[in-house]
Ligand binder design. Structure first.
Ligand code: KG4
Ligand code: ZN
Length: 388
């Protein structure tokens, strides 16, 4: 089946068209089209993501991105569709809060013949609600236009299944997922497709958020995670060892929870003593990254000891972190028979491919975990705090 997937939960506008087959037994995916526009440069100016700014950008980007993705998948779109007055009114109503998007939709999309697509998938949460809503109403409008079902997808479930794109062998359960992004730090135990239990989570900041905040304290531009990581690697490559140490928050707590806000505060206090210069940037990045990664690895190890696990999945933007990956491989080697799965680099950060994969799992019989909606386009709802 062919799935059109839409992702607008944060600062990336993304649409992908996937061909999926094999069911839950051996899901296989081919990406027919994939387009992503990042708003990073825009948000850089403000040092972070502003929900309404993100929403406006998504509204501007979705139509051109859809046209590009359709072209990649099927060649030039054919125009000739004559939507009924009733359909037009329905679409107008769905897009009533997005007048700019409605204008673009009327001009560019309304007469495109139904492409060879079977289902539409859209992220409904977690994320920034104004940003999520744009994607949702766009998906619904397309659903009405082309008479297609629209499936709600949990963004974090998307991250979990992102490594399935190129997986040669079967995904063996039970699995444990370490989800590390700008908004989440979670350990999720997965008994089977659709059966999730959060066994550990951050009590305050997400690890990606801590990377970004520390980057800001070091006067590095947003999003700072990759830059902090690059500076840490540079410091390591010089065989230098940090001359001070930061705390490893909650490393000895008896649970699998995390806390990263105190770590960021420790960085702030240390920088008050030292000031910010090139040397301290490298050394602080090194020590901060060591601390964050050590805690992530320690909690993941404790979870692996506690829960019988055949596959360890690590996903989300921070899974790109080289030091984390290095330590994860060492950790996985300690547990015989444990497979470590990481998404390919382009799928670590937000994208629509993972949303399509997750929808296929859902359609193929995995439990629908979004309790707010049922696939009925009239009932989709953004939920910024959607959980498992
Ligand atoms: O999954 P993602 O794209 O967005 C969310 O859904 O949050 O993750 C983005 C986060 C940002 O905080 C970014 O700084 C962080 O991932 N990140 C990294 C690295 N690459 C991205 N953090 C540390 N090291 C990296 N190499
Ligand atoms: Zn994400």
């Amino acid at each position: 089946m062919k799935i059109l997937a839409i992702e607008t939960s944060c600062d990336e506008t993304a649409i992908a068209i996937l061909e999926a087959e094999g069911g839950l037994k051996s899901p296989e995916f081919k990406v027919l089209g994939n387009t992503l526009v990042s708003q990073i440069d825009l948000h850089k100016e403000f040092g972070g993501v502003y929900p309404n700014l993100a929403r406006r950008e998504h509204a501007k980007n979705l139509v051109p991105i859809l046209l590009t993705t359709l072209r990649q998948a099927f060649g030039e779109s054919k125009y000739g569709l004559k939507p009924t007055q009733e359909m037009i009114e329905k679409i107008e109503k769905i897009l009533t809060k997005e007048p700019d998007l409605y204008k673009l939709f009327s001009k560019e999309i309304l007469e495109i013949d139904k492409p060879n697509i079977d289902s539409i998938a859209v992220t409904t949460g977690p994320g920034l609600e104004p940003a999520l809503w744009v994607g949702i109403v766009f998906a619904e409008a397309l659903g009405v236009l082309w008479d297609l079902p629209v499936y709600p997808v949990n963004h974090m479930e998307g991250h979990i299944y992102s490594p399935l794109l190129n997986l040669k062998e079967k995904l063996v359960f039970p699995a444990l997922a370490l989800l590390v992004s700008g908004g989440h730090t979670e350990l999720v135990y997965i008994k089977n497709f659709g059966e999730y239990k959060i066994v550990g989570k951050t009590r305050d900041d997400a690890v990606g958020e801590a990377f970004d905040k520390v980057a800001r304290l070091l006067d590095l531009p947003y999003p700072g995670g990759p830059k902090v990581s690059a500076l840490a690697e540079l410091h390591r490559s010089k065989n230098l060892v940090p001359t001070f140490s930061l705390p490893r928050p909650m490393i000895n707590s008896k649970d699998l929870d995390f806390s990263f806000s105190g770590l960021k505060t420790s960085v702030l206090y240390k920088l008050k003593e030292t000031g910010v210069n090139e040397n301290i940037r490298e050394e602080m990045s090194h020590e901060f990254e060591d601390s964050a990664v050590e805690v992530l690895i320690s909690k993941t190890e404790q979870a692996l000891e506690k829960y019988d696990t055949k596959t360890l999945i690590v996903a989300g933007g921070v899974s790109q972190n080289i030091h984390l990956q290095r330590e994860l491989h060492k950790l996985a080697d300690k547990f015989s028979g444990l497979d470590l799965l990481l998404p390919e680099k382009s799928l670590t950060t937000d994208n629509a491919v993972m949303i399509g994969i997750s929808a296929y799992i859902q359609i193929s019989g995995g439990k629908v975990i979004n309790k707010l909606s049922t696939g009925n386009p009239e009932r989709l709802k953004a939920n910024g705090n959607l959980s498992f």
